[in-house]
Write a protein that binds this ligand. Structure first.
Ligand SMILES: Cc1cc2nc3c(=O)[nH]c(=O)nc-3n(C[C@H](O)[C@H](O)[C@H](O)COP(=O)(O)O)c2cc1C
Length: 492
């Protein structure tokens, strides 16, 4: 049975022995961050945290609990998606897509909604009162300062909603998008929406601006864990994240009609914030924000959302995450994406054996990829191929290694790469789009990329010297030493 909401997820996490309940008062003003950061930095990602008595920014007890680090371990990520191994999901998708479908990752992924196995679980809009709409606040009752919205880091521009599913609709195709974008709380009923220019929500906003229409937006906090994850996954714009979540869950996501705007929202959410963006209004200053790069992202201008309703369960849990110097909870969400999308990448770049984005590389800064090299120049084919696949276009450094290198172990990958490269010969620079959060590129979202060919070099690639073997002890000697080990009296 799929987990339907945050409370079911918390129950499953508790049953797995990974939930810490914090019963003493803790302020949403940075204290929660310091506690959660220490947990997220501990081995295996630390426990999930349920702060049962948060203190609000203005002082006084919050009526609602705050849950942090729900997705922050491999085990919890697998629990969220209802699998034993994260790789199972990617393999299931790849099997479905291993058909004669359009070339390119986006083309193949775009086929997903057409496949029977996926179409079996479309989101279902229910009638009656949805759990997330048992209480409805409108007009002067809307006051976001009554909710435990944390200020994460000392230089942050204000309190932030950090784990939302932002629901918008493409005005041309009608296809829904759900994206995880941070949102700054500016006032009782005003928000700043930080969707970056490469993201689907921002594309919808640009498309609606062309039509001179008002843009409805709904912000879901909570819902089933697969939907929360799906909001963070780099799906092509043609795929509705709730359809994808239904496929992951093997059960449809239940939706309800929003109360004040023309969108559907997850019925099982804890809280839903409904609103609109007035395209005639000036942008508002958003940030700074202590970001997942480990540095502050600078303040910049983003659209303002006017809140028209807050709907909720009677005792909602506020889902929250903290980003900052890695590793943090978002590493595990990204890790799930890495595992789920790997088989898809292999469909278009079949020489790929494995791929890993280590925590320190915050996804787009560093991609290690191992390949089964069959012809000269193949490392360059792979890095160019990767730079052409969806959000992989933002990858800053790609290091290509031979198939026997365990790229999931960054120490091994660097050890081999640094041994194998002649920097002038094996490093190439290219140009392309750069992540909005990159503070070093020469222009905003535009800059250079580095590809490192750390594969063994071939004669055809101009390498005529002998290439040495890796040092590995022979099995016979190992077995003899194993047999004598106890007698040696050495403790390691
Ligand atoms: C915790 C977390 C916070 C994120 N914050 C933002 C953000 O503020 N703005 C943004 O554009 N992307 C953010 N992302 C990345 C997007 O969620 C991700 O790129 C996703 O694929 C976007 O969905 P879309 O492809 O439907 O636009 C965040 C991801 C995570 C895991």
């Amino acid at each position: 049975m799929a987990l339907d909401n945050v409370r079911a997820f918390l129950g499953a996490i508790d049953a797995a022995g990974q939930l810490a309940r914090v019963t003493r008062p803790v302020s949403v003003d940075k204290e929660m961050t310091e506690i959660a950061d220490r947990c997220m930095k501990s081995p295996e990602g630390g426990p999930a945290l349920l702060f049962e008595c948060p203190t609000l920014l203005a002082g006084g007890a919050s009526p609602y609990a705050v849950a942090v680090n729900l997705f922050g371990s491999e085990r919890r990520m697998a629990l969220a998606l209802g699998v034993e191994r994260l790789d199972d999901v990617g393999e299931r998708i790849a099997e479905l897509l291993n058909l004669k479908v359009p070339e390119g990752l986006l083309g193949k992924l775009a086929m997903l909604p057409k496949l029977a196995e996926v179409a079996k679980f479309p989101p279902k809009t229910i009638g009656g009162r949805a759990p997330c709409q048992e209480l409805v606040l409108q007009g002067s009752d809307i006051d976001l300062s009554c909710f435990p919205v944390p200020v994460c880091w000392p230089e942050d521009g204000g309190p932030y909603i950090t784990l939302p599913g932002v629901i918008t609709r493409d005005p041309k195709t009608g296809v829904r998008n759900v994206g995880m974008y941070r949102i700054q709380v500016l006032g009782k009923a005003d928000l700043a929406m930080h969707w970056q220019r490469h993201k689907v929500g921002a594309a919808h906003w640009r498309a609606i601006a062309e039509r001179d229409e008002t843009m409805p937006v709904a912000i879901a906090l909570g819902g089933d864990p697969a939907s929360i994850y799906a909001a963070s996954a780099p799906l092509p714009p043609t795929i509705d994240e709730f359809l994808f979540a239904g496929f992951l869950r093997k059960e449809p996501v239940r939706l309800a009609k929003a109360v004040t705007c023309d969108l559907e929202v997850p019925a099982e959410a804890e809280i839903v914030i409904e609103g609109f963006i007035d395209l005639h209004e000036d942008l508002v200053l958003e940030g700074p924000f202590g970001d997942h790069t480990g540095f502050y992202s600078l303040a910049d201008y983003y659209p303002k959302v006017h809140v028209t309703a807050i709907t909720m369960r009677p005792e909602p849990v506020w889902p929250h995450t903290i980003v900052g110097r890695p590793p943090m909870e978002d590493y595990w969400l990204g890790h799930a994406t890495e595992r789920i999308f790997l088989p898809l990448l292999k469909l278009t770049l079949p020489e790929i054996v494995d791929l890993h984005m280590p925590a320190e590389g915050i996804f787009h800064n560093l991609v290690f990829v191992s390949i089964d090299k069959q012809f000269p120049g193949q490392a360059y084919k792979v890095m160019n191929g990767l730079w052409g696949q969806g959000l992989m276009a933002l990858a800053k450094v790609i290091v290509v290694l031979d198939k026997e290198v365990n790229v999931r172990d960054p120490k091994e990958a660097w050890w081999v790469a640094l041994n194998h490269i002649d920097p002038e010969r094996d490093v190439r620079f290219s140009m392309g789009p750069i992540d909005v959060l990159d503070h070093s590129s020469r222009g905003f979202t535009y800059g250079s990329k580095m590809g490192i060919d750390a594969t063994r070099k071939w004669k055809e690639e101009g390498f005529t010297r002998e290439w040495p073997n890796r040092i590995v002890m022979d099995e016979g000697t190992k077995a003899r030493v194993d047999a004598m080990w106890r007698d040696l009296g050495i403790e390691l």
